[in-house]
Design a protein around this ligand. Structure first.
Ligand SMILES: Nc1nc2c(ncn2[C@@H]2O[C@H](COP(=O)(O)OP(=O)(O)OP(=O)(O)O)[C@@H](O)[C@H]2O)c(=O)[nH]1
Ligand SMILES: [Mg+2]
Ligand SMILES: [Zn+2]
Length: 364
């Protein structure tokens, strides 16, 4: 019975397996539906609980990413009447969105966990609310998360040339679904709802002011989320949403609202980049020289494609920029691991575990 109820909020055999080590203790599974500076709101079969992490948990975690995030499943003590639930563990994630924390620190932050489909939201109201290069960034993050990306072009009511925007998105990801919608007129909201369903979790990502919260209101059919004005001069938003929260849709699906990010710094690896830019990498494989730098070498397929107009120069530049950014991130992460003994031992232990899995190391 319990599993049936939990499955309506995303529980599956994957999480059941992750919960197994805690089932014998007096712990229960619950999903994080709101996170607000170290305080959590959980949903369990017994209802909603306000929660904190246990002291032992706090001491055991190696990085900020290990803390619960919205969408996570946790093992916790039940919240007795009036008392707070205590989170003892975060169950293994099927995937999560991580971005580099804003500022100088080299630490990742989990934006949302266990998401099935991500709406990468842009605004068709002019200004900077539509930007292919930014969508590419989000796509790299989607690769890391295992969630399927969908491009959502909102504020269609303010735009005459919607087809041209759809065509532009197709040039960077031909297979990705694109929906032109309006939170104000309701156009296209049905198509968004069709992406949701019982047990499935959506998340909305995009800069401030594109209408993420307004779209969720339209999907809920109620003005439950606060939305904000955009500045008249450049149509940028004012960071109205300040916390991450999961809402339940009338059709049984779930949707996570996130605050628009001022800067979206990547957290990921080369593989995600390769998959996001499969077209560019395929061209590079056709260069005459295997170590072609695509500068002025003879037989360079990349340069040729740019010359012929089959590869957009701006897309190629974007690829190079993101590649540099990821290389920089990898160096910073290495330095950090080397200078932090705790992280270093964690790293060594992790490598040992991996090797042991391949049974190349004896126990101990
Ligand atoms: N004309 C029009 N305005 C919209 C539409 N969707 C949202 N807006 C307006 O755009 C503004 C910003 O909407 P929000 O939903 O607050 O944007 P957000 O993406 O949640 O922004 P943050 O919470 O700051 O990240 C509000 O004034 C909305 O009323 C739309 O489809 N058409
Ligand atoms: Mg918002
Ligand atoms: Zn080349």
């Amino acid at each position: 019975m319990r599993n049936m109820e939990l499955s309506q909020i995303g529980w599956s055999s994957f999480f059941e397996a992750g919960f197994a080590p805690y089932a014998a203790e007096d712990l229960v599974p619950a999903r994080v539906i709101r996170e607000d500076r170290g305080r959590y709101l959980l949903l369990s079969t017994a209802g909603e609980w306000s929660a904190l992490v246990s002291g032992a948990f706090r001491h055991s975690v190696g990085s900020r990413c290990d803390f619960p995030a919205v969408g996570d499943w946790v093992a916790c003590t039940g919240g007795a009447a009036g008392a707070e639930a205590v989170i003892r563990a975060v169950l293994p994630r099927r995937g999560c969105f991580r971005r580099k924390e804003a500022g100088a620190r080299t630490e990742a932050q989990v934006v949302a966990a266990n998401v099935d489909t991500v709406f990468v939201v842009s605004g068709l109201d002019g200004g900077r609310n539509f930007n292919l290069r930014r969508i590419e960034r989000y796509l790299v993050l989607c690769r890391e998360s295992a969630a399927a990306p969908v491009a959502v072009l909102n504020k269609a009511d303010l735009c005459e040339a919607r087809d041209s925007f759809v065509a532009q998105v197709r040039t960077i990801a031909a297979a990705m679904p694109v929906h032109v919608v309006s939170a104000v007129t309701g156009e296209g909201i049905g198509a968004l709802l069709a992406c949701a369903g019982p047990g499935r979790t959506l998340a909305l990502l995009g800069p401030s002011g594109v209408g993420k919260s307004a779209l969720i209101n339209a999907m809920l059919g109620a003005e439950r989320l606060v939305t904000g004005e955009v500045r008249a001069d450049d149509r940028r938003g004012r960071h109205t949403t300040t916390r991450r929260e999961l809402f339940f849709l009338p059709n049984g699906g779930m949707v996570i609202d996130t605050p628009g990010m001022r800067e979206l710094q990547l957290w990921g690896d080369d593989e995600s980049l390769s998959k996001t830019f499969a077209d560019v990498e395929e061209l590079a494989r056709q260069c005459r020289f295997r170590d072609c730098r695509h500068l002025d070498e003879e037989g360079c397929a990349v340069r040729q494609a740019i010359g012929e107009g089959t590869l957009d120069a701006a897309r190629y530049d974007s690829y190079l920029r993101l590649q540099r950014e990821l290389a920089h991130l990898a160096r910073r992460r290495d330095e950090k691991t080397r200078s932090n003994p705790k992280a270093r031992w964690k790293d060594i232990a992790k490598r040992r575990r991996e090797l042991k899995k391949q049974s190349r190391l004896p126990d101990g």
